[in-house]
Design a protein around this ligand. Structure first.
Ligand code: ATP
Ligand code: MG
Length: 150
């Protein structure tokens, strides 16, 4: 069934913001004409919840999280940007391996499974995921999904 992506994202951010509390503000913007898409709601929820939870978890109090949704011709791009601890370059290619955790994250609890699940969900959707990050400055994860898959 077609999904109203804008509504879906608004509701999800509202929910995640409630969980995050006052220490982290999640801002949401969207670009392009928003129409319905054919995406699996559960896969999408898993992808975005994991990425936004990470953005919060690996950011100091007061760190801003920016969630951007961009509609293109045949794809939708989701950007999750944070001002957190960042990911060392050498670690960036390992992130999607189950149980992998970067050395600079060792003080923060985690199992190292979230991103491997995200990668699976993105693959199931014939999408792509990439990361840009600088230690001490922050991280951006970008997920690109076709509007209609399969
Ligand atoms: P969990 O299974 O509970 O999600 P986790 O957060 O450690 O545990 P992943 O979500 O798979 O596991 O992330 C893997 C590693 O990638 C993290 O341990 C951390 O080193 C790094 N990482 C992921 N997202 C961020 C981020 N936004 N900022 C900094 N480091 C990150
Ligand atoms: Mg995680």
């Amino acid at each position: 069934a077609p999904l109203n992506l804008l509504e879906f994202c608004r509701r999800l951010i509202e929910e995640l913001q409630l969980n995050a509390g006052r220490q982290h503000k999640i801002s949401f913007t969207s670009h392009g004409e928003c129409t319905h898409v054919c995406m699996d709601e559960n896969l999408l929820r898993r992808i975005l919840t994991n990425l936004i939870s990470n953005a919060i978890k690996y950011s100091p109090q007061g760190g801003k999280i920016i969630f951007e949704l961009a509609y293109k011709d045949k794809i939708v791009v989701f950007d999750i940007h944070d001002q957190g601890i960042g990911i060392p370059v050498d670690s960036q290619k390992e992130l999607f391996t189950p149980f992998y955790r970067a050395a600079n994250a060792s003080k923060i609890k985690g199992t190292g499974l979230g991103l491997s699940i995200v990668k699976r969900c993105v693959d199931l959707h014939h999408g792509q995921i990439c990361v840009k990050s600088e230690v001490g400055l922050g991280t951006t994860f970008s997920v690109t999904l076709p509007r209609v898959s399969g």
